[in-house]
Design a protein around this ligand. Structure first.
Ligand code: C5P
Length: 311
């Protein structure tokens, strides 16, 4: 059972005050792009252990450093398999093989994507095909237990997330947008970036306001206006990511120099996202960024695309 699952970029990430549970209230406009991990689930394990086993590798041709991905019970896909097994009363001995094209700790929700794919794959593996007990909404609810971004990786498309980002409403979009992503060497820790955001705000004496959905962004999406979308891209975590990784400034600048119509750090970074007018412009932009030597790798993708899908 193989499932393909997309990366996300945040078109708007507005971070409100920190809550009592340590999370921040967000307005998080997620957009799924055509950069995919693939998770294959097969019944049984090689070692004969009692739980899921996982193997992680880079997808063919992808320059992804997979060394930082846990291959034990901390792996989100393993935890996803256990949740599904528990819910369906299934034998949790399953082997998960993850082929990664989404950067690790890159701000594109790669770990969450793998968890979403494992939820979908294991549900298909263990659920009754004639009378399934788990629907997509159930899987999204289970995903929220694993991480704030997991429900969106199940859903895909473009969606507004509120709360911790896990309460989703699909957004109206028109057409296809063309993106270029510049990945970086080494990841950034999401909790560290949120903490840096809080620190900067406190130092500046600028407390967080209540996050609100950007009307400009929604109109740009609904009309398929790439230039307006580029102008509306906004990420409250960007100053924190730039503070922790100052070299990203050069990456963002290089993208602007090569004509990007929008440039933003993706989520908690360090991947930077650039919007192009069309496919041709994206190819030129990617070539320019590649030549500038400001990224580990430069990849093109389009969005929106569907969420975790059985291949
Ligand atoms: O939900 P998830 O495990 O992906 O979140 C990772 C970390 O990101 C959290 O531990 C928290 O530090 C931060 N976070 C946050 N507010 C959110 C979502 C994530 O502070 N709404």
């Amino acid at each position: 059972m193989s499932v393909r699952v997309p990366a996300k970029v945040n078109l708007q990430l507005s971070v409100g005050p920190i809550r009592d549970d340590g999370y921040h209230d967000l307005v998080n406009v997620f957009h799924a792009v055509s950069l995919f991990d693939e998770v294959t689930a097969a019944v049984g394990t090689a070692s004969g252990g009692t739980g899921p086993e996982v193997a992680v590798e880079a997808a063919p041709g992808a320059r992804v450093a997979v060394g930082g991905v846990p291959v034990d019970g901390d792996n989100l896909a393993v935890r996803a398999a256990l949740i599904v097994a528990d819910r369906l009363g299934a034998d949790p001995r399953v082997t998960l093989r993850i082929r990664k094209a989404i950067p690790v700790a890159g701000g594109m929700a790669g770990g969450s994507a793998d968890a979403a794919a494992a939820l979908v794959a294991c549900a298909r593996l263990w659920d009754d095909p004639d009378e399934p007990r788990l629907c997509r909404d159930d899987l999204m609810e289970m995903g929220a237990l694993l991480g704030s971004d997991v429900p969106f990786a199940v859903l895909g498309g473009t969606a507004i997330g509120v709360g911790r980002g896990e309460r989703l409403t699909p957004a109206l979009t028109r057409g296809t947008f063309h993106w270029v992503f510049a990945t970086a060497d080494g990841g950034l820790s999401t909790p560290a970036v949120y903490a840096e955001c809080d620190r900067i705000r406190e130092a500046d004496g600028e407390p967080a306001g209540r996050p609100e959905v950007s009307e400009e962004l929604m109109t740009a999406l609904a009309t398929g206006d790439a230039k307006a979308l580029g102008a509306a891209l906004a990420n409250d975590l960007e100053p924190a990511a730039l503070s922790l990784r100052p070299s990203l400034d050069r990456t963002i600048e290089a993208g602007r120099d090569y004509g990007a119509i929008g440039a933003v750090v993706s989520g908690s970074g360090p991947t930077c996202a650039f919007l192009a007018d069309d496919a041709e412009h994206a190819a030129e932009l990617a070539a320019g960024l590649d030549g500038a030597g400001v990224a580990r790798s430069v990849v093109r993708a389009t969005g929106p695309v569907p969420g975790a899908t059985i291949c």
